[in-house]
Design a protein around this ligand. Structure first.
Ligand SMILES: Cc1cc2nc3c(=O)[nH]c(=O)nc-3n(C[C@H](O)[C@H](O)[C@H](O)COP(=O)(O)OP(=O)(O)OC[C@H]3O[C@@H](n4cnc5c(N)ncnc54)[C@H](O)[C@@H]3O)c2cc1C
Length: 329
């Protein structure tokens, strides 16, 4: 059975690995230069910023052994920083008991790089259309090229990008269209000197910044002091079309006004147009979806706004495909 997977984020790669391990031929199409999706790291002038997922947690008992394997393979390590929240003007409340937060080492993108190893991943290939061709499927790329034929197609992209690709399975397309995703702004700030703050990462209330983290305090990082600021979802939504420079300046100023002494030598913004599943629309309630025609959908939007949710959805998708296989395919 030959399977096409659109999207090399954690959901698509988890699905791809499980299917490849079961003996299927798998091709993964990814529009970006490399795998990872929202598990991503930007390198700049010796600094490395995890500007998508900051860390991940393990809540699902089935995910625990997977994380342990990744840790044993040196892909991830616990981030043992000083965590808490900032309340009122600038009151720091330390977290008790501390949550176990896992991060990729030496950067978040190491997770998806390692998961993609050995897979047939076609980078810089944006898929625009998925169409039936007899009893198989063909994909059309942005440049108009047609791919080979596939027995099953998995769309593992954020919901708004999935909906048009699922047009041949209208029920799935409607599910994806109903799952709303909110934009996120991340600001990557590099400093000449260590920042004198008594924490490594905080949830912040109230104001435009929701999360403030000393990226360089994560395990295995070297290079200069660098921080990542994430905007509050409501602020990101209201400022989604602001310029990158304006967003970087606004979020740095918000932190500096509150805490003082927050003066990076450089701050650059990154916009995730489809950042996080909107809790108000909620997931559709099933981990992954496979239409009887052989077109499927998975991704964090099927489960919840977390790395772990995307992993769970990708694993469920692989199981559905294996169960759908008929002898001879
Ligand atoms: C700023 C931010 C911070 C976050 N922090 C955390 C955190 O601390 N902890 C946590 O657990 N989660 C966090 N998350 C959420 C987490 O990153 C996601 O839940 C998870 O990475 C989603 O994985 P995915 O595989 O479902 O989707 P994605 O990672 O989005 O992967 C989808 C892939 O599909 C590709 N694609 C899209 N359209 C096409 C197309 N037409 N053709 C080909 N390829 C296509 C994309 O380029 C992308 O690589 C955060 C997210 C953001 C944005």
């Amino acid at each position: 059975m030959h399977i096409a997977i659109i999207g090399a984020g954690i959901a698509g790669l988890t699905c791809a690995r499980a299917l490849a391990a079961a003996g299927c031929a798998v091709t993964v199409f990814e529009k970006s230069r490399g795998p990872g999706g929202r598990i991503s790291t930007r390198r700049r002038d010796g600094a490395a910023f995890d500007h998508g997922a900051q860390f991940f947690t393990v809540r699902d008992p089935a995910f625990g052994p997977v994380a342990q394997d990744w840790a044993a393979a040196g892909m991830i390590a616990p981030w043992t920083g000083r965590f808490g929240r900032l309340v009122g003007e600038s009151h720091y409340v330390a977290e008790t008991p501390p949550l176990t937060r896992w991060v990729g080492v030496p950067r978040m993108s190491a997770i998806t790089r390692r998961l993609s190893a050995g897979l047939d991943v076609k980078p810089k290939t944006r898929i625009e259309r998925v169409a039936r061709d007899g009893d198989r499927w063909r994909l059309t790329t942005e440049g108009g090229a047609s791919t080979g034929a596939f027995d099953r197609v998995v769309v593992a992209t954020p919901a708004p990008q999935a909906a048009p690709l699922l047009a041949a399975a209208p029920k799935l397309a409607a599910l994806a269209a109903a799952a709303k995703m909110r934009p996120s702004w991340a600001v990557m700030a590099r400093f000449a000197e260590p920042v004198r703050l008594p924490f490594d990462a905080v949830d912040v209330q109230p104001g435009p910044v929701a999360w403030l983290a000393r990226n360089s305090s994560k395990p295995g990082r070297d290079g200069p002091e660098c921080w990542v600021l994430l905007a509050r979802a409501s602020w990101a939504e209201a400022h989604v079309d602001d310029t990158f420079d304006d967003v970087a300046a606004a979020l740095v100023k918000a932190v500096d006004d509150r805490l003082g002494g927050f003066a990076p030598v450089e701050a650059i913004a990154h916009r995730w147009r489809y950042g996080l599943l909107d809790a108000r629309s909620g997931p559709p309630g099933v981990d992954a979806h496979l239409d009887p025609s052989g077109l499927g959908a998975c991704g964090d939007w099927c489960v919840g706004p977390r790395v772990e949710s995307a992993w769970r959805s990708g694993r469920a998708m692989a199981r559905l495909i294996r169960e759908s296989a008929t002898p001879g395919i």
